[in-house]
Design a protein around this ligand. Structure first.
Ligand code: ZN
Length: 434
């Protein structure tokens, strides 16, 4: 080995050492500490969803495939398995508990351990440090993911208990759906604690400071595809950022694209892509905030995969995005309308945006006679077979999910990790407690 080569080795070894140390040994030594942290969860948003969204968004008139916000921010992967007793496939509660507390638990648990003892969440730690905290979601605000950040309960199904427990969570901003879980009496208690309560998007502008409980739907927010408007989660996210960023000590915010998972459970690709668009828009809002506020870290991930979505199906090397882009309503909404009108075939053709063949119409007609739910299923099957979309389950699947990040310490989230590592890394970036 000649001298110059030896020197090169020595130099690269010197350069490599701290990198190796920071990657493998000291993952909890923060390179630089963000003032604010935003964790964004695409519920059920496995890698097939972000790839599908890329092609769904692609402009077919240009040669190249345009990048999405997901392509731009990708830094790593995360495993999602729950506590051993629950096997390899997690539900949203166990996964959100892992993301919020850094501890694996059983499926169904809301930030309690396998012995049902409460676990300290990053939101509680942030509060202890004088930071502001908040959630902005498209499901009911007491659904599994936001619940794991704000509550402790042995079961995600205890919706009423979880809603009540938010009284003591001391969150500064709670935005999403779920009116039915907040009685007048409970709302009075929130007001007594200093919360402003709103229930319509038009009221968002009137809120400029202070604790806010915004419940904009009975349960979940309406599907993006049925609104033909993808701005709902963006508006909630922007309002949460405006309110939380007024706190001098910084903030931690959870944003969830909750309904990607619900569309996945329904094996409903058109609706899933609408929800992906809404979530992507919210990520772009946060990305802009991070650009304008370099002291803010954003981390985006999914809690698990839903539906076993495949891009291409039935042996075909194809996925028809222009067909999907033309669909103007969810199969659920279309089925409901098509049951109610006589000229349902014209409505179906017009809403789907493609010509349905005689044979396909016959199948839809048979389903329509069995009622709304059969017609909805038949519409989804038609969309799947025409677009070459595949599904393997109505539940979750256990593949790893992606991790996206930007801002100070974004590099901490590079490479392969477990979902509990995401929580531990974010916790390590909190200011030291007094
Ligand atoms: Zn799910």
């Amino acid at each position: 080995m000649n001298l110059s080569k030896t020197l090169t080795w020595a130099v690269s070894a010197l350069v490599m050492l701290p990198l190796v140390a920071s990657a493998n040994v000291n993952i909890h030594e923060a390179p630089s500490r963000p003032k604010n942290m935003i964790i964004m969860v695409g519920d059920g948003m496995g890698p097939a969803y972000t790839s599908a969204y890329r092609y769904y968004q692609n402009n077919p008139d240009t040669e190249e495939i345009e990048q999405t916000v997901f392509d731009r921010l990708l830094v790593g992967m995360a495993s999602t398995y729950p506590a051993r007793q629950s096997g390899y496939v997690t539900d949203s509660a166990a996964s959100a508990t892992a993301l919020a507390t850094g501890v694996k638990t059983y499926n169904g648990a809301i930030s309690v351990d396998i012995n049902k003892r409460p676990l300290t969440s990053i939101m509680q730690m942030a509060k202890q440090r004088g930071m502001a905290i908040g959630v902005a979601v498209t499901s009911q605000v007491n659904h599994a993911t936001p619940a794991a950040y704000l509550a402790h309960n042995e079961s995600r199904r205890n919706y009423e208990e979880i809603a009540k427990s938010y009284l003591t969570a001391d969150a500064d901003v709670i935005l999403g759906g779920g009116q039915k879980y907040f009685s007048e009496a409970l709302l009075e208690q929130f007001k007594a604690k200093g919360y402003q309560h709103i229930d319509d998007f038009s009221q968002l502008d009137s809120i400029t400071k202070g604790k806010t409980l915004g419940l904009f739907a009975d349960v979940q927010l309406p599907w993006v595809i049925d609104q033909q408007d993808s701005t709902q989660l963006s508006l909630l996210t922007q309002k949460a950022l405006d309110l939380l960023s007024q706190n001098e000590q910084g903030f931690v915010l959870l944003v969830e694209g909750s309904l990607i998972d619900w569309a996945g459970h329904n094996n409903d690709i058109a609706t899933a892509m609408g929800e992906m668009h809404g979530f992507a828009n919210a990520i772009e809002v946060v990305e802009q905030f991070v650009r304008a506020n370099p002291d803010t870290l954003m981390v985006v991930t999914a809690d698990h995969n839903t539906g076993g979505l495949s891009i291409g199906a039935n042996g075909e090397y194809a996925w028809d995005t222009s067909l999907l882009q033309g669909i103007k309503a969810s199969p659920a909404a279309l089925a409901e309308q098509a049951i109610a009108v006589d000229d349902w075939q014209a409505l179906v053709n017009q809403t789907l945006g493609f010509d349905v063949t005689t044979e396909e119409l016959q199948r839809l007609s048979n389903a329509r006679m069995q009622g709304k739910s059969a017609l909805e299923t038949s519409l989804k099957q038609l969309i799947d077979s025409r677009s070459f979309t595949g599904w393997t389950t109505s539940g979750h699947t256990g593949g790893d999910v992606q991790v996206f990040a930007a801002g100070p310490a974004a590099d901490l989230f590079k490479g392969n990790q477990d979902n509990t590592d995401i929580a531990e890394k974010m916790m390590s970036l909190l200011p030291r407690s007094q």
